[in-house]
Design a protein around this ligand. Sequence first.
Ligand code: ATP
Length: 626
Amino acid sequence: MKYSELVELYERLDSTTKRLEKTYFLAKFLRETSADEIEPVILLVQGRVFPSYDEREIGVASKLVIKAINVASGTDSEKIENEWAKTGDLGKVAESLIKGKKQATLASSELTVKKVFDNLRNLTELTGQGSVDRKMQLIAELLSSAKGAEARYITRTILGQLRVGTGAGILRDAIAWAYFPKAVEKVFMKCGNCGKTVPQAESCVECGSHLGKEAKESKKAGKKAAATEKDAGAETSRDEYNTILDRIQEAYDLTNDFGVVARKAKTEGVKGLETVEIRLGTPIKVMLALKVETLEEAFETVGRPAQCEYKYDGFRLECHRKGDKIWLYTRRLENVTHQFPDVVEFLKKYVKGDNYILDSEAVGYDPKTKKYVPFQEISQRIKRKYDIEKTIEELPVEVNVFDILCYEGKNIVSQPFRKRREIIEKIVKSTERKIVVSKAIVTDKEAVVEKYFKEAKAAGTEGVMLKALDAPYQPGARVGYMLKFKKVMENLDLAIVAAEWGEGKRAKWLSSYYLACLDHGGKLLEIGKVSTGLKEKREEGLSFDEVTELLRPLIVEEIGRLVKVKPKIVLEVAYEEIQKSPTYGSGYALRFPRVIRNRSDEKGVSDINTLEDVERLYRTQKKSKG
Ligand code: ATP
C-alpha cells in the first residue's frame, strides 16, 4: 500500500470532528486494506508503531527531526526553527520546505506504508555509538521521498503529535463497520443516491447528496421503535449490532491491540473474535470493581455465600511469566518490570509454574515496623527509573495475589472464581512481606463481613472486597463480580424508648424497639426502629425473650401494640447508613439497623451517643461517598 493512500485517510479524518464520519472513513479504508497490512495501518492511524503497552517508543527529539528536515530539504536549521516558531507545527514546516525542494529536483521513489513503518520501528532499535546519526538518516530518507502532505504526517508521527482523533471507541466501531456490514446496514441508513450505508447527517458522507429528510425520518423511526418497543425487528437489529461491538471490545480487552482484533475480524469473522487468545507478555485490561454502600446490596449482587477479601491499599500489578521471562504491568498497562526486580524475584522463587498471569495488589510496608503504608508513600516506585536497589530497601512491597487469568499457558478467565482461587492457593507459596495469597474468608453473613472489615482495617488495609464465587474474570469490565466496600459505620449505643409487641409466633415478645440518642440538653430523640440481630432462643445469644423481660417492668404506657418504656436499656446497634429523615425526632434515621449487644450493664442513658455524634458520622459518611 502506498503511504499516500494512508495520508489521504489522515486528511479525511482531520477534516471532521464528527465521530460517525471518522468511523465511516476509517472503516472504508480498513475494508480495502489487505490482512497483512492491517496491523501496521491500525498502529499508524493511532500515531504509533508499537501497541500502547509496549515499552518501545519512537522517542526522537525535535532537534533531530529538524536536522533531518535540513538534510532532506537543504534549508538551514535556523530557518526551520524560525518557521516552526511562527506556525507552531513542525509537520507543516517540513511539508512546505520539502515541497519547495521537490520542484527543483525530480523526486525519488514512492513511499509505501511498509517502508515508513519499518523505518520508524528501526528508530527504536538503534543504540550506542553513531546511533543518533543513523536515526537522523532514517528520518531524512523518508522525508526526502515524501510528496504532498506525506512529510507533515511523518514528522507528526515521529514527534508523537499525529492526533487525527481516532480514539478506542472509533477504532472499535470502525472494525464493526468494516467487517460486519450486514449488522451495520440493519441499524444505519442507506443513502438514496449512492446506496451506501452511511451515518445519519444532513448530507451523505460518501457522495455529498442531501440526506436531510431521510436522515430525520430514519432518526424518527428509530426513536419511535425504541419508544413503543413494538418494532421487535429494529430491536433485534440493534442487539445484533451491539453484540458485534461487544465481541470486538472483549477481544480488545484481551489483546489490547486493535490491529490483532481487526485482522481476526477480517479473516475469521465473529468466530475469530471469540477465539482471540491471551498472549503471555501482552497485558490484559484488568477487571474493575463496583462500589457498594451496604452489605445487603453487596450480597444481592454477588450472591451468598461470597468471598470476602482484604482490600489492600497499594497498586494493581498484573504479573506475566513465560518461561524465564517476566513482565509486570500496572492497571494502566504500563510496563514496570524494570522498576520491580524484587517482585520478579518473588515470582521466580515463590510461585510454581512458568506460564501464567496473576492479578495482584502490591502494597508498600514500613521496612522497620513491617506495617502497611498508604499507597501515596510508595507511589514513587512506579516511576523511579534509577537507584532501584536503594528504593527496594526503603520502600519495599508485598504482592497480594488475588486472581489468575492464565495457567499453564491456558486462558482460564471463564472458569469460576472459586476454581481460580484454588489454583492460586496451590501455586503461590505465601511468604509474608514478599508474596502472599490475599487474605480471604467465605461467608453469607453481613455480621461476619463487618467483623472481617474491622480486622482488615486494623491490619492497615482500606476495607474489604466481596467477590462472586461462580463468576468468570471479565477483563476490562466493571461488572458486579467484585465489589469494594470501604465503609462500615461506627456502632452506636442507643436507648430503647418504646417497643412494639410482635405478631404471629413473636406475639409474646416485644420484638421491635424504638431507639433514641441524646441531645445537648439531655433530651432523648428518636432515631429509628430495630428488630433484627436478636435471637429467638436464649441459648443462641441476646434474645427477644430476654429483652422483653428487661423492658416489661419499665413500661409506662400502652397504646395498642405500642408500649412506651422508661429509658434504661442501652443497646449497641450496627447499621449501614445514616439518612436524614423527618420521621424521627432527631431528624435522622438508621438504614438497616441491627442489634449487636445489650450494654445496659456498662452504660447508663447519659452515656449513650449524642445527636452531635450522629451528625458527625453523617458528615464523614457523605465525604467517603465522594
Ligand atoms: P476503581 O478501580 O474502582 O476505578 P480505584 O482506583 O479508587 O477505583 P479502588 O476503589 O481502590 O480503586 O478499588 C478497586 C481496586 O482495589 C482494584 O483495582 C485493586 O487495585 C485494589 N484491590 C486491593 N485489594 C484487592 C483484592 N483483594 N481484590 C481485588 N482488588 C483489590
